[in-house]
Design a protein around this ligand. Structure first.
Ligand SMILES: [Fe+2]
Ligand SMILES: [Fe+2]
Length: 177
């Protein structure tokens, strides 16, 4: 259990370093409305549409993880799910900044929520499904969008979603023992 908590801290540190290596360390949305120039050919409205789909997926995950985390009795799984929910909030912050850069308004829509069942194992299985869905969608959107800077953001998020998936799979494995 202790190893996992240490690895979680290591992960956050790695994510920060990974973002910095990609030159997107200044990703915190400041609310400034300065115009930015993006070199890609995709229509801004189409970029906004795809990014808002990503925000919707993040909101699905945030609401699901936060609700389920409150009722998981096992300390480690509860804390991990809550921390990952906070990562997803940071993703919404980055994506919302990009949406407004492209002249759009960040969506607050989410799909009908599915919490996955009644047990902590069910919750982890649902989290794994959400992460797999997010990974597939970010890969697809990274291929579709031709604005390099946007793709760099999506690649950092994708990297974090892959870490989330691994963490949830490990937690589920531990719970099956
Ligand atoms: Fe996310
Ligand atoms: Fe995630």
């Amino acid at each position: 259990m202790r190893e996992k908590r240490l690895s979680r801290r290591g992960f956050v540190k790695q994510a920060t370093l990974g973002a910095a290596a990609l030159g997107v360390s200044g990703m915190t949305w400041t609310g400034e409305k300065t115009a930015r120039v993006f070199p890609g050919k995709m229509e801004p409205t189409e970029v906004v549409r795809l990014l808002n789909q990503d925000i919707t997926g993040e909101i699905d995950a945030i609401l699901t993880y936060m609700r389920n985390a409150f009722i998981i009795p096992q300390c480690e799984a509860r804390c991990e799910m809550e921390e990952i929910g906070k990562d997803e909030m940071r993703h919404v912050e980055w994506l919302s900044g990009l949406v407004t850069d492209f002249g759009g308004i960040p969506t607050m829509e989410h799909h009908e929520l599915s919490f996955g069942g009644d047990s902590p194992r069910d919750f982890l299985k649902r989290a794994i499904a959400l992460e797999k869905g997010a990974i597939a969608q970010y890969k697809d959107h990274s291929e579709q969008i031709d604005h390099r800077e946007v793709v760099e953001y999506l690649e950092v998020i994708l990297w974090e979603e892959e870490k989330h998936l691994k963490e949830f799979e490990e937690l589920l494995e531990d719970m099956m023992e």
